[in-house]
Write a protein that binds this ligand. Structure first.
Ligand SMILES: [Fe+2]
Ligand SMILES: [Fe+2]
Length: 250
């Protein structure tokens, strides 16, 4: 029985992550698989190795994740090899779809940072925060500098202007979390995380209800461009433009 739970920050090539739950009971294996899947980003794939039919476990994990994962397996009757990837990567029909999925992922990651901070699990909080921080900056770069410039929404006044304003605030608040962790000022951490968690949820909801419908209409008006955006967005969220991301949001 061994667990190689190596889920590094999303990188440009599919990560080789293997979770071996052979020999484990369902109650031991299921939370492990779930924990790994909560950190699955675009561009990352996870392989689970099991020695019993994993159907029930994978359905339970997928249900817990509001079906955010897509999985299939091969078996010779003794070993089950289950390949898991973000559903958005398999099925996103456009960039708006992809961003909506990424909201859900960022939200959940931040809730995990908050939970870890509340329970004083500092190492966990730091690890999950680092995943969240690069993921957030990629997401904001995609929205600010790739999609916002083309798909509109009112740069001076309108949902796009609101988005740009809120992004500045969320980046600033997230930086505060990073600094708090760096300075080991852990007493402050739960309060700062709680405020940011609320801002993040409000922002995403506003984006999904006001800006995304506009973007979706514009995006769908040019199918060639929409297809190019989707490919670029997947690559960007997997880390392909991290040099620019670092420049924009150091
Ligand atoms: Fe946003
Ligand atoms: Fe967003």
């Amino acid at each position: 029985m061994s667990t190689q739970q190596v889920i590094p920050p999303a990188c440009t090539s599919p990560a080789q992550n293997v979770i071996d739950v052979r020999g484990m009971s369902y109650t031991a294996a299921q939370p492990l698989v779930y924990a790994a899947m909560t950190r699955l980003a675009i561009g990352q794939h996870v392989q689970v190795l099991a020695d019993t039919d994993p159907g029930a476990m994978m359905r339970a994990v997928a249900f817990q994740l509001r079906n955010a994962i897509s999985w299939r397996f091969e078996t010779d009757g003794k070993l089950w090899q289950i390949d898991v990837l973000p559903r958005a990567e398999a099925e996103a029909k456009d960039v708006v779809d992809l961003l909506t999925w990424d909201h859900y992922r960022l939200d959940r990651q931040f809730a995990d940072v908050l939970a870890a901070a509340n329970e004083n699990r500092i190492v966990d909080a730091e690890t999950i925060f680092n995943d969240y921080w690069i993921g957030l900056r990629r997401h904001v770069h995609l929205e600010n500098n790739v999609l916002g410039q083309t798909l509109g929404g009112g740069e001076e006044k309108g949902p796009l202007a609101d988005m740009l304003f809120e992004h500045d605030s969320i980046i600033t608040q997230s930086r505060l979390v990073a600094e708090t962790l760096l300075e080991k000022d852990y007493g402050m951490l739960p309060a700062i995380c709680a405020v940011l968690s609320g801002s993040l949820a409000k922002h995403e909801n506003r984006e999904e209800t006001t800006l995304f419908p506009i973007w979706q209409t514009t995006d769908n008006s040019d199918r060639g461009r929409a297809a190019e955006f989707l490919v670029r967005a997947k690559e960007l969220l997997a880390g392909a433009e991290d040099q620019q991301v670092d420049k924009m949001f150091p």
